[in-house]
Design a protein around this ligand. Structure first.
Ligand SMILES: Nc1nc2c(c(=O)[nH]1)N[C@H]1C(S)=C(S)[C@@H](COP(=O)(O)OP(=O)(O)OC[C@H]3O[C@@H](n4cnc5c(=O)[nH]c(N)nc54)[C@H](O)[C@@H]3O)O[C@H]1N2
Ligand SMILES: Nc1nc2c(c(=O)[nH]1)N[C@H]1C(S)=C(S)[C@@H](COP(=O)(O)OP(=O)(O)OC[C@H]3O[C@@H](n4cnc5c(=O)[nH]c(N)nc54)[C@H](O)[C@@H]3O)O[C@H]1N2
Ligand code: SF4
Ligand SMILES: [Mo]
Length: 697
């Protein structure tokens, strides 16, 4: 084989760093620098650099597995495994109805897979019960963005705008660990004289870069944003003409903010009034400024209102829909953006259309060649779906998620999964969730297949096949094709990604996320195309260039105005009390990815981040009598987890932090609270009440 480099993108996070892959003579594949991709300019974090290790057949699945009579998983042929899945799904549907079938997808799946999975659920299974792990990710920001701007795209501008703005408030993002190559944009911002404000209860690697670090008590970002808006109004810093021309709803939002006095906000958040004033000064003085949120403020049972309050701050100061200013959400998974646009979400049809909209149903049903009335309505959100397993939902097909580790109240979710009549999982490795399945199908992954993803910038990218997959694996698209055929739908599930994308283009045409002007040919030539990009098929018309910057002329609402939301602070679903006096928050470390299913199989990453830990302040550690590395138990109303203490002054004394990448005794999600945001249905991963105990061993 010729050793030519194939340009492609990283399998992990939403930055979708460009990289070149070159197959080596020994069958392995080498990652080399791809300097032409402007987002990372060749830089990669350790996860991206070591991603080929997960292609090795030593760590992955290369044969279908089926549950045998003695309860163990044993190898089977593809036909046996597929037949078994089709048989069980058909039986469940016959005995309990179509809504007893569940489908769970992932934001790591390509656009083509996410599209095909949504279509499979609605057209082949006829079930409304489909949702995906993106619900646990950026759904609160998506809901708030849709309310305010009429459209949700993670960043409404490219990352390259960041160095040229005047101030960025980064709320609950630890991008120095979660998207390391993106740190460059913030360093350049500072070199250009701009300032960075980081809002995080912990002094993270990202917070260390900040000109001002605000460390609120977890779950109080809503009050913090309201307090800042109060000071903006009190200081006469409202951009009155912008508010008049480009927004609606200011009076109610203003009144709500004025009810939040700075001293009261200081008491709720622990951020002092002088710090609040300094933040307002840094944010308001320059001509341009941005607010970017990530999971910190979003993964709360009031995440939608919280993001709404930060958007209000942008709107009141005229910092949205103008060059070098705006609100953005740092989407998380590789295809976290595209994965939420094309129909694997419970209430959604492709093109970011609503399943409840009759015109959207007609359009998509026509592309699919089905009767619009045959399409089911909206289903349950991710946690509610997992909670209904074994009761309302009897059989589940899961693709691209590992909820045994990543879902809130994970011991309960694990027990729900075990109580199913039938579970089928498609994965590249035997994840903790796949290990519970009745049938496991081994699938191809990034370097072995072609497909598109949409990065956090709304940039649609082409991932190219660089190597031949091992014998024994098939692609997710082939799986859906084969299952559809076995369930009586012979057509409409092509196995070639480009063919699926061609249909996705038509299905998305005219929708908010319009991909109809994007083709594989263009993606192969350009460094991605930003949506919306409508087709211009009229003779002689030039191709639509794509939309790097949104809202510059108008917002995507009916009247073109952005909407303020009148929001007020409220406590977290679970506040500390005598029995559970400490706050737990959760998140990530640089060397592990998500549930760890992939990265825990890479030696170099395990050496850097070998296992779970509990980050706590020296004062709390002293009270427990715990020294660095001693096991400590963290107990919540959901359960108990044990992990070594990591003592640092970089965390508030009232708060402990655990990363969520590991199963077993140190699983953070044993503890987390599945209280849901009323709009986005996001679980409260970032705040729950716990007790911390010393463990004697
Ligand atoms: N290394 C690595 N990188 C990743 C991932 C990974 O698993 N590992 N996952 C990818 C995905 S899917 C996502 S969604 C992104 C997530 O990227 P981030 O949002 O950056 O990651 P988190 O660590 O979950 O949370 C960010 C910060 O929120 C803080 N925080 C906790 N509670 C609160 C609060 O109440 N308010 C505020 N303001 N902050 C709070 C935490 O201390 C943490 O430092 O990362 C992506 N990149
Ligand atoms: N406590 C706590 N919990 C959290 C969070 C938190 O901050 N705190 N964050 C939440 C967030 S933001 C997210 S995004 C979720 C993520 O959590 P999960 O949904 O569990 O995400 P992954 O670990 O990425 O799981 C993806 C699975 O799909 C497999 N896979 C990879 N590529 C493919 C493919 O192409 N096809 C198929 N079929 N499978 C594939 C991987 O091997 C892996 O098993 O976790 C959430 N859980
Ligand atoms: S930052 Fe994200 S996309 Fe870039 S190499 Fe690391 S994991 Fe991959
Ligand atoms: Mo995420």
């Amino acid at each position: 084989m010729q050793n030519t480099a194939t340009p492609t993108h990283c399998p992990y996070c939403a930055l979708q760093c460009g990289m070149n892959l070159t197959p080596a003579a020994d069958g392995t594949v080498e990652v080399t620098e791809r300097a032409d991709f402007p987002v990372n300019r060749g830089a990669l974090c350790g996860k991206g650099r070591t991603a080929p290790a997960v292609l090795s057949s030593r760590v992955r699945l290369t044969s279908p597995l089926v549950r045998s009579g003695d309860g163990t998983l044993v190898p089977a042929t593809w036909d046996e495994a597929l037949d078994r899945i089709a048989r069980h799904l058909a039986r469940t549907r016959e005995e309990h109805g179509a809504d007893a079938l569940g489908v769970f997808g992932g934001g790591g799946l390509t656009n083509e897979k996410a599209y095909a999975l949504g279509k499979f659920a609605r057209v082949v299974l006829g079930t409304s019960q489909i949702d995906y792990n993106g619900r646990f990710c950026m759904s609160s920001a998506a809901a708030a963005g849709t309310k305010a701007f009429g459209l949700d795209r993670g960043l409404p501008f490219p990352l390259e705008d960041i160095p040229r703005t005047g101030c960025v408030i980064l709320v609950g993002s630890n991008l120095a660990e979660t998207m390391p190559p993106s740190l460059r944009f913030f360093s350049e911002l500072k070199e250009n004289g701009g300032t960075l404000i980081v809002v995080d209860p912990r002094r993270t690697k990202t917070a260390e870069q900040a000109d001002l670090h605000l460390a609120p008590r977890p779950g109080t970002d809503l009050a913090l944003a309201l307090g800042l808006l109060h000071l903006v109004v009190a200081g006469g810093r409202v951009d009155e003409s912008y508010v008049e021309e480009r927004t609606a709803g200011w009076e109610e939002a203003r009144a709500a903010a004025m009810a939040h006095w700075p001293e009261q906000v200081e008491r709720i958040t622990g951020v002092s009034v002088p710090e609040l004033r300094e933040a307002v000064r840094l944010f308001c003085e320059p001509e341009h400024a941005m607010v970017l949120t990530a999971r910190g403020p979003e993964q709360q049972a009031k995440g939608t209102d919280t993001v709404g309050a930060w958007i209000n701050l942008c709107l009141a100061t005229g910092r949205a829909g103008r060059p070098l200013s705006g609100y953005g959400c740092l989407t998380g998974q590789g295809n976290g953006q595209g994965g939420r646009e094309h129909g694997q979400k419970a209430d959604q049809l492709p093109g970011y259309r609503k399943l409840t909209d009759p015109a959207a149903r007609r359009h998509v049903a026509e592309v699919w060649g089905v009767d619009p009335d045959s399409l089911p309505g909206p289903g349950r959100s991710a946690y509610e779906l997992l909670d209904a397993l074994g009761t309302d939902i009897r059989s589940l097909l899961l693709m691209g998620s590992n909820p045994v580790v990543s879902a809130p109240r994970a011991a309960h979710v694990e027990q729900r999964l075990r109580s199913l009549d039938f579970l089928a999982v498609c994965d590249v490795v035997l994840s903790e969730t796949a290990a519970l399945a009745d049938v496991v199908l081994p699938v191809t992954q990034w370097a072995e297949e072609t497909g598109t993803t949409t990065s956090l910038e709304g940039r649609v990218l082409l991932r190219r096949r660089a190597i031949t997959p091992p014998d024994g694996v098939r692609s997710d698209l082939e799986v859906l094709h084969e299952l559809a055929a076995r369930l009586g739908v012979e057509k409409g599930f092509p196995t070639e990604a480009e063919e699926v994308f061609e249909e996705l283009r038509r299905a998305s045409a005219g929708g908010l996320a319009d991909y109809s002007g994007i083709t594989y040919r263009r993606l192969a030539q350009e460094n991605g195309v930003f949506w919306p990009c409508p087709a211009r098929e009229e003779a002689g018309e030039a191709e639509h260039p794509g939309t790097a910057r949104l809202f510059l002329d108008r917002f995507a609402t009916e009247d073109g105005r952005a909407r303020f939301v009148p929001v007020s602070h409220r406590p977290s679903a679970e506040e500390p009390d005598d029995e559970y006096p400490v706050l737990l928050t959760t998140g990530r470390v640089v060397a592990q990815y998500q549930s760890g299913a992939q990265t825990r199989r890479v030696d170099e990453l395990n050496a850097a981040a070998p296992g779970p830990f509990v980050e706590l302040h020296p004062r709390l550690a002293a009270r427990l009598g715990a020294a660095e590395g001693d096991p400590v138990a963290v107990v919540s109303r959901r359960g108990r987890a044990v992990a070594p203490a990591r003592i640092t002054t970089g965390i508030r004394p009232d708060t402990v932090f655990m990363p969520f990448h590991w199963p077993g005794e140190g699983r953070a999600n044993t503890l987390t609270n599945p209280a849901l945001d009323p709009t986005s249905r996001m679980p409260e991963f970032k705040v729950c009440a716990v007790r911390v105990e010393a463990v004697t061993r």
